[in-house]
Structure formats: C-alpha cells, structure tokens
Design a protein around this ligand. Structure first.
Ligand code: AHR
Length: 651
C-alpha cells in the first residue's frame, strides 16, 4: 500500500490499523520530511509526593525519626535505656529550645552507665561502612558535668561507631560529632545518653550522612536524587498528590510552614499514616525538612521546571471534603501570590527576601502552578475561578493547571472538562491534570485516546498515571509496556498532551501504603522498575517535533510514535510490541535520502511478569546496540514483550 500525502491529523488517524494481505509485513512510514507538532521540551517529568516514606524516611536523608519528640506519642521511635535503674528520662515542654516544636527530653544520669534513648530510625538506620555521618543535637546542661555518649549500634547491640562529647553548654546550644561506622548496616540504631552525674535537656537529635546530594548538609539521599537526575525530567511536580488536600483542611499542605530553619517547621501527621486500614503507618509524620525551598532547589538541580500544586480551599473529597467558603478563600489565594513572590520576586520583596535569606537570591523561575490536586464538582470550579481571576490579573506569566477529578472517563471528568473549555479564554487554565490508574488493557486503548481529542482550549497534563497489574499490583514489564503504549499516544499527540508524569514516584519497601511505584528503596539501595526504564527511554529520547506516522496492518498490541532530534540529526522511532510473538515491520523513512551510519537501538524486553528486585535490580534494563539498517526502507523484527527505541541518523 502506498501512503498518501495527507495532513498531520489525518496521518495520526491513519495510525489506526488497516488490514493487510497475508504476505505483506505490517508497515510504518515515518514522514521525516513533514514534522508535526512541536514537543514541549518539558513533556516528560516527575510527580513527587510524601507517600510510602517518599520524603521522611526516603528522599530527606535525616536518619532519626521523631527527632524533636513532636509526634503525638512523644517517644514514638525511641526506647529509654536506663541500665542502672537510677536515671530518669522524661518529656517536657517548658522553656523549650523552639516554641514551634516545644517538646524535648530531660535526662538525669547518676552513674557511669549511660542513661538515655535509642532511636530506631525509619525502619532502621541505613549506614554505609567507612562513610561519615554527622550527628547533632541541641542540649542544655542543668546540673553536674555529664558527658554525652553517642553510639551507632547494629541490631545485635554491637557498637559500629561512637563518641563522647564533653564541655556541654549550660544554655540551649548545638553540639556535633562525626561518626564513621566500621561496617555497612541497613538496620542500625542510634543511642544518645548521659554518662556521669548530671542532668541535661535534649532536643532535635539528628543524624545525616555526609554524602548527601551535592554534599548539602541536612540534604537529600544522593542515590535517590541520582535516580531522578538520570530521568532528565522536564518538570518536578510537588508536593503531591492528596497530601496537598489533607484529610481535612487542618491537615492540608501549607508551604509557608515548610520554609525557614528546619527546627521551626512544625511537625504534622502525614495523611497516608491513617489512609489505608490494611496499610496503617502509625509512625508516618511530616518533618518538612524537605520543604518548598528544597523542592525548588531540587527542581533547579534537575534542570526541571518547578510545578507546585496548592490547596484550593478543599480537603480531600475521598475523606472529609471540607470546603472553605468562597468568602473566606482570600488567604488561600494570597498563599499563591506569596509563593510566586517567594519563587520569583526580587530580594527586596517580602518573600523574595525569605528566599534570599535561605541562600538563593536568584529567582527559581516559577512558570507553572497547580490549583488543587484531584478535585471535582462545581465547588472546585468555583474555587478554581476565584484563584484564576486574581492570578490572571496579577501574574499572566504563570500557567495554571486545573483538576478534573480522579477518573479519566467518568461524569465528574466530563463535567469539569466541559465547564473548563466553556470558560472565557483568559480564565482557562493552560493545562488540565488528568489522572489514570487503570489495568494494562485500559492503557492499550489509551494509545488512541488523544487522536480525536478536542484540540481547542487547555492542553492535557497526564499528571498521574500507572498501569495497575495483578494483586498485589506489581511493577512488572507488562505494566511498563502498557504505559509505554499509552505514551506513544501522548507523543503522537504532543500538540494536546503537553506534560506527563508517572505516579507515585518513590516507595520504601518496608513502609509503603500504595503500589505500584516508579522507584523502590530500602535504607541503602534503590531499585529502578521496568516502569522507570520506560519513563527514562521516553524522556531521554524526546525530540523537538513529532514525526507523523502512517501505519498499515500493525497487529494488535503494537504501538509506535516517532520524533526528530535536530541536534543530532536523527529520527527516533519508539515501538512497543506488547504481544507474545516477534513482529516484523517494514519501516519506510519518507523524505530521508540516506542513513548516515548505524542506528542506535535500545531495547527493553523480557517476560511480562518480570520485575526488578533488590536481589536482581537489573533483570529488566535497557540494552543498547548498534545496528546497520538496510537503507531507508527495510524490514526489522521487534521482539515480543518489548519497547524498542531506534535512533536513526539521517541525511
Ligand atoms: O499517587 C497517589 C495518589 O493518587 C495521589 O496522592 C492522588 O492524587 C491520587 O489519588
């Protein structure tokens, strides 16, 4: 069959498979001479939320849980050690080190055996043998001349590193020690206590690896950030997710409480602590050590556009659905205005000065802002509009992202899309945030979802998606290929789908609430899932414009998209063969005179049920080869259960 010369939309529509005669292999023509829509350079990004111990116990490298004794059970995570039986450990809040986190412990020791407390960390404390760990605490000696004893211990009690701190301050002051454990231990404990006669108050007990991301003191886990950096994300969405909404408004995320000195950021229960009865996580709280300043900094480090999502005056509609009356919405809108000033304002402005005081006089170049997370119904529309009226007027440079609920196909979704499109153009958001958590079969059908989408009005932000396969839901190759299939549809329709991010991003293997997730971690290791590799292959082969395709006879479960990379003068084909047999495809490069050399071929393949685990982290990983292709028209076979990226250098 000879493809006709047709418009881009018609070419996209031609992608719908047509029947073939038996002898002919299916064919794909890549119209390299007629580039289609431009691709948003920020198309493929990441969605971060503090779920599954994503921040506290995860990305935020603090190893001490409940470091300020601010959990409702003040000694949760701590065990008192009083070997002589004559010491005392008590929780107090009078004359505190910091009024915003008022609790501390008073320790009295009357002998040489230390009296104190042991912290269990976040499902243990991960230590790498030979590396440095920075211990610190606030302390105030009340009587005597006690010595502060610090130990890192293995689960069997062996001391891996220790120190004794003397000449302690009589007023609240910070003392520090560097500990270097002799061996690697994923489940260590931290002991802190007093030796000798005396009494002292302790607060904000902290332990950080020296090797954080960019060696920032009090920073982020380097291996986890590296996994993000390797994705080369176009944007970073933060801080969620439902955490933005809170189970009630008192529990909503308030960015202003998450900046400034970490000791002053008030601890709050994490909404995922109690969300799922089958996965209760009673020790899940937010220290906000990873707060909005750090999120902006991380975006900058990653070269990703920051995309904060703000509460719009609605608590989570799966929980209380509490609403702020419209007449009382101003403080919420003011938070949005202040956030823009915090990110972009001059150092002479109130919030720009706060940013500068934290160490970043230069602006963070905020251009995107989400109003609400996964909201739905008329109350959302009213609140979105209240924000949009002010923000359009005051900050036309900021592109707004609006919600359409949790379901990609239901009436809540249709209602909000309809109403959003009907808004006067200046009040329309730039992006509408669609969420889809669905079985693999849904993702296969979603490969054509955007081919006939209404191209007027706001663009699509596929802001949260993951293929949910099996029970328990698993990050296997089957789910990854289903996502890849849908992503070819996003890419072919890059004029409609302008941004996309998998969700959720991180999960601690011993503390998750939700699955599947893009990246699994324990206290020392990171596992990149097959789904991660799919995201990475799209992100790192993104191109600047769609190369339209004409497909004839593609079998069921075979999907493709193509882009061009002008910097390397390459045409990039992504082809998903989610079927269980090899598929030969005739590839025609229209408008290409010749290939300049061998193609780079990256293949992700295996068995559909294959997963990456801590023992086998690279079971499903991309393999790169070089392949000499036979000219500009040739037949190539694509492996079963595979995603192939074919980078063809063209003339
Ligand atoms: O990604 C997990 C949750 O899924 C998000 O917090 C929420 O937005 C969605 O319901």
């Amino acid at each position: 069959m000879t493809p006709k010369t047709v418009s881009t939309l018609a070419l996209v529509l031609a992608f719908l498979a047509a029947p073939l005669t038996a002898a002919e292999p299916p064919a794909l023509t890549l119209h390299a001479d007629r580039p289609g829509p431009a691709i948003n350079p920020q198309m493929w990004g990441v969605f971060f939320e503090d779920i599954n111990f994503g921040a506290d116990g995860g990305l935020y490298a603090e190893r001490v849980k409940n470091r300020g004794f601010e959990f409702p059970e003040p000694l949760m995570g701590w065990a008192i050690e009083n070997p002589a039986g004559t010491g005392i450990v008590e929780v107090r809040n009078d004359d505190p080190f910091n009024a915003k986190n008022a609790r501390y412990v008073r320790v009295r020791s009357s002998g040489s055996a230390a009296t104190g407390l042991v912290n269990e960390g976040f499902r243990g404390i991960g230590l790498h043998g030979g590396e440095r760990y920075d211990f610190s605490t606030r302390i105030r000696v009340r009587s005597g001349e006690p010595v502060l004893r610090v130990e890192l211990r293995a689960p069997d009690g062996r001391v891996l590193a220790d120190d004794r701190l003397r000449r302690l301050p009589g007023q609240w002051g910070k003392v520090t020690a560097t500990l270097r454990p002799a061996s690697t231990e994923p489940q260590a404990r931290l002991f802190v206590g007093l030796e000798g006669e005396g009494e002292a108050d302790l607060d904000f007990v902290s332990l950080f690896p020296r090797q954080t991301w960019k060696q920032r003191s009090g920073g982020l886990r380097a291996d986890m950030v590296q996994a993000l950096a390797d994705l080369r994300p176009g944007f970073l969405r933060f801080p969620g997710g439902c955490i933005v909404e809170g189970f009630d408004l008192g529990n909503r995320y308030q960015w202003k409480s998450t900046i400034g000195p970490v000791e002053e950021r008030p601890t709050m229960i994490n909404r995922w602590n109690i969300e799922f009865k089958h996965r209760l996580t009673p020790d899940y709280f937010q220290s906000f050590g990873l707060g909005f300043y750090e999120y902006f900094l991380l975006s900058e480090d990653l070269g990703a556009a920051p995309l904060p999502i703000l509460n719009c005056g609605m608590a989570c509609q799966f929980n209380t659905g509490q609403l702020v009356p419209l007449a009382e919405l101003d403080p919420y809108i003011q938070d949005a205005l202040d956030l823009i000033e915090f990110a972009n304002g001059p150092v002479t402005s109130k919030w720009g000065a706060r940013r500068a005081a934290m160490g970043h006089p230069q602006p963070f170049h905020l251009r995107l802002l989400g109003i609400g997370n996964e909201q739905w119904g008329p109350p959302y529309l009213e609140r979105y509009l209240a924000f949009a009226r002010v923000l359009r007027e005051r900050h036309p440079e900021i592109q707004l992202v609006s919600a359409v609920g949790p379901d990609p196909d239901d009436e809540r979704f249709r209602f909000l899309w309809r109403e959003t499109r009907a808004l006067p153009a200046p009040l329309q958001p730039a992006f509408v945030d669609e969420h889809f958590y669905r079985p693999p079969a849904w993702f296969y059908s979603a490969a054509n979802r955007y081919d006939r989408y209404d191209r007027r009005g706001p663009k699509v932000f596929a802001g949260e998606y993951a293929a949910h396969d099996g029970q328990p839901r698993t990050n296997n190759l089957r789910s990854a290929l289903a996502e890849a299939a849908a992503m070819t549809g996003f890419e072919r329709n890059a004029d409609v789908v302008r941004m996309a991010s998998y969700a959720p991003l991180f999960a601690h293997v011993d503390a998750w609430q939700w699955r599947p997730n893009l990246i699994w971690v324990d206290n020392l290791r990171v596992v990149r899932t097959p789904n991660y590799h799919v995201q990475q292959l799209f992100s790192r082969n993104r191109g600047d414009a769609v190369v339209p395709l004409t497909a004839t006879g593609l079998p069921d479960r075979v999907f493709a998209s193509a882009v061009r990379d002008p910097a390397r003068n390459e045409v990039i084909l992504k082809l998903v063969n989610a079927s269980d047999r090899p598929v030969p495809v005739r590839l025609n490069l229209a408008g290409v005179r010749a290939l300049r050399g061998p193609a780079t071929v990256v293949t992700l393949s295996g068995q559909p049920g294959d997963e990456n685990t801590f023992d086998q982290p690279d079971r499903i990983a991309p393999r790169t080869t070089r392949e000499r292709l036979a000219g500009t028209g040739f037949v190539r076979e694509f492996a079963p259960h595979s995603l192939t990226v074919l980078r063809m250098p063209v003339r």
